[in-house]
Design a protein around this ligand. Structure first.
Ligand SMILES: [Zn+2]
Length: 259
């Protein structure tokens, strides 16, 4: 059976409140072997750890999303969570001791947040941690792609996953040249940009994600991990491979990166 993997999902999101069990079951039925649930702050990090205990196919990624951007998204109800103050050092200590499979979601967001200095300071801590613990780092880089690449280039972190990377083509080429990975979201079905990312990157650099409940491939439906197959179909089409060969390649990339 073909094996799929969703390396970036937000299973703690309110849109999964009533049917998470069923959504996980649908993912299983579809052939999804691993869902990497990403935390964005202390409270979601703890939910992610609980979900990973509860469901064998859920793997925990823990991180701190740019706090000012998260505040905007919470306020605009895109990510309806209640934000509480916390101590950054304590949270990073907690993350490093909780056995995550990866660090994420972390990065820079200059569209929804303005405090670039603070965002960079936090992101740097996670780059350092990724290097020190040899853990994959799942990176968000909205309207901040150049700074993200600059920071990564000055580090020796190697397990780099650019999630939903929307930087211009020369930036995609620059990241690809370093051998870093791109996780291709399900909305690739209608995004010429992500299809170009697939084209530029080598198959060994590609991973798949849903970013559930966001970035749905189907306009009128909430996204969920079972839909990750849509990313694989598009990668297969662009690379001229069968879906099965593509899935095998992506699964191997996942194992190499995460296990
Ligand atoms: Zn995300």
């Amino acid at each position: 059976m073909t094996m799929f993997v969703d390396v970036h999902a937000h299973l703690d999101h309110a849109l999964f409140k009533t049917d998470l069990d069923a959504a996980i079951e649908r993912a299983r039925q579809a052939g999804v072997k691993a869902i990497v649930a990403n935390g964005v702050d202390p409270s979601t990090n703890r939910i992610v750890l609980d979900l990973a205990k509860k469901y064998d196919i859920v793997q925990p990624a823990l991180g701190i999303y740019p706090p000012d951007a998260l505040e905007t998204e919470a306020r605009e109800d895109k990510y309806p969570i209640e934000l509480k103050p916390y101590d950054l050092d304590e949270e990073i200590e907690f993350i490093s001791k909780s056995g995550p499979i990866a660090l994420g979601e972390v990065g820079l967001d200059y569209k929804n947040g303005e405090n670039r200095a603070m965002q960079k300071k936090i992101f740097q801590r996670f780059i350092d941690l990724s290097e020190k613990m040899d853990l994959p780092i799942i990176i968000h880089s909205r309207k901040a792609e150049n700074d993200v690449l600059d920071m990564l280039e000055s580090s020796s972190a190697k397990k780099i996953i650019l999630h939903c990377f929307s930087g211009r083509h020369h930036l995609v080429r620059r990241a690809a040249g370093h051998g870093w990975s791109f996780s291709i979201p399900t909305n690739v079905v209608r995004s010429q940009h992500f299809q170009t990312v697939i084209d530029i990157a080598h198959i060994s650099q590609l991973l798949t994600e849903t970013d559930s409940p966001y970035l749905t491939p189907f306009r009128d439906r909430r996204n969920e991990p079972a839909f990750v197959v849509e990313s694989l179909k598009k990668i297969a089409e662009v690379k001229g491979l069968t879906v099965e060969d593509t899935a095998n390649n992506v699964f191997m990339n996942y194992q190499k990166m995460f296990l």
